[in-house]
Design a protein around this ligand. Structure first.
Ligand code: MN
Ligand code: MN
Length: 317
């Protein structure tokens, strides 16, 4: 294996100085091959309420400067045994959602063509659809683990089929998902109608609600999550509004009663040994953030996802 280029040495360059890449990692053009590429998609033209997630990638990168190289909870150094690099942003059309979706799919396909796994920083949740298209074209129908307050399996808004509230319905309709291995975690809050849940189930999803944590420990729910996801390829999509607004105020569609950061990180570490082929973190809208609370949470989500993709933990494909 070629030498792995890790984060900039914080004993030589202070964390608040130096490179603006994710976790102070090298840029993609500085390495010969990347096992994981962190890529931003600054797009928020698909939102139904507060805009601003187009500034999410830069905010998460800024908050990631404090990430350190060793993950004690998993007992590994996530940047030491796999090459992780920052691929910059995929430039997308802010005025044409269809064009933006095409651009994200093409950009993700190019970046992942050599087997590189993508960790995408959004952006609103619309981008999950083209990312799932790219992942499914490489792996076939995939299991989806979706952390969110919201189902995101609605049909249309104002007649529009491609929005941040519809990506998983479109993905299911397009045959991108393995309907036996899809799961939402953190669902809560008012729906349009009880039938929303019926339709969601018919698309292939099971649900662990946020309120499940009132009566069951995370460890029990992690076992249920792992049983649902099985041994096949998995894509993980984290809408930061899965966290309670107290842990992630900087988002577009906040819902009271959500997960604590600690609970979300425990779910993510519970993926160790499963076949994670890609992931995204979406809906970080820094204009509503305070003291980097949301950015710091999102950066740690990315760190745990990179950690569970480490070769020591990953199941062979
Ligand atoms: Mn949401
Ligand atoms: Mn969402």
């Amino acid at each position: 294996m070629a030498d792995i280029l890790g984060p900039e040495d914080s004993s030589r360059v202070p964390r608040f100085a130096g490179t603006p890449t994710f976790a102070r990692l090298p840029r993609l053009d500085q390495v010969s091959h990347a096992d994981i590429a962190v890529v931003g998609v600054p797009f928020d033209s698909g939102v139904s309420y507060r805009p601003g997630a187009r500034f999410g990638p830069a905010h998460i990168r800024a908050a990631s400067k404090l990430l350190r190289p060793f993950n004690p909870a998993l007992g590994l150094a996530p940047f030491a045994h796999q090459q992780v690099a920052d691929a910059g942003d995929i430039a997308v059309n802010p005025f044409d959602i269809d064009a933006a979706i095409t651009e994200v799919q093409a950009g993700a396909g190019d970046l992942s063509s050599g087997g590189t796994r993508l960790l995408t920083l959004g952006g609103d949740h619309t981008i999950a659809l083209p990312l799932l298209r790219a992942a499914a074209s490489a792996h076939g129908p995939i299991g989806v683990l979706h952390f969110d307050a919201h189902l995101d399996t609605w049909d249309t808004y104002f007649g529009a089929p491609y929005t941040h509230g519809t990506p998983f319905r479109r993905a299911s309709e397009e045959g991108l998902l393995d309907p036996e291995r899809c799961l939402h975690v953190g669902i809560r809050g008012p729906l349009y109608a009880a039938d929303d849940l019926v339709q969601d189930g018919a698309l292939g999803f099971q649900i662990i609600t946020a309120d499940s944590l009132l009566t069951l420990p995370v460890s029990t729910l992690v076992e249920r999550m792992r049983a649902r996801l099985g041994s096949g390829p998995i894509y993980v999509s984290v809408d930061i509004d899965v966290l309670d607004p107290g842990f992630a105020p900087g988002t577009g569609t906040p819902e009271a009663g959500g997960l604590a950061s600690r609970e979300l990180l425990a779910f993510l570490r519970g993926l160790a040994g499963l076949r994670l082929v890609g992931a995204d973190i979406v809906e970080v809208a820094p204009a509503y953030d305070h003291a980097e609370i949301t950015g710091i949470a999102a950066a740690r989500v990315a760190y745990e996802l990179i950690s569970v993709m480490a070769p020591q933990l990953m199941a062979p494909s």
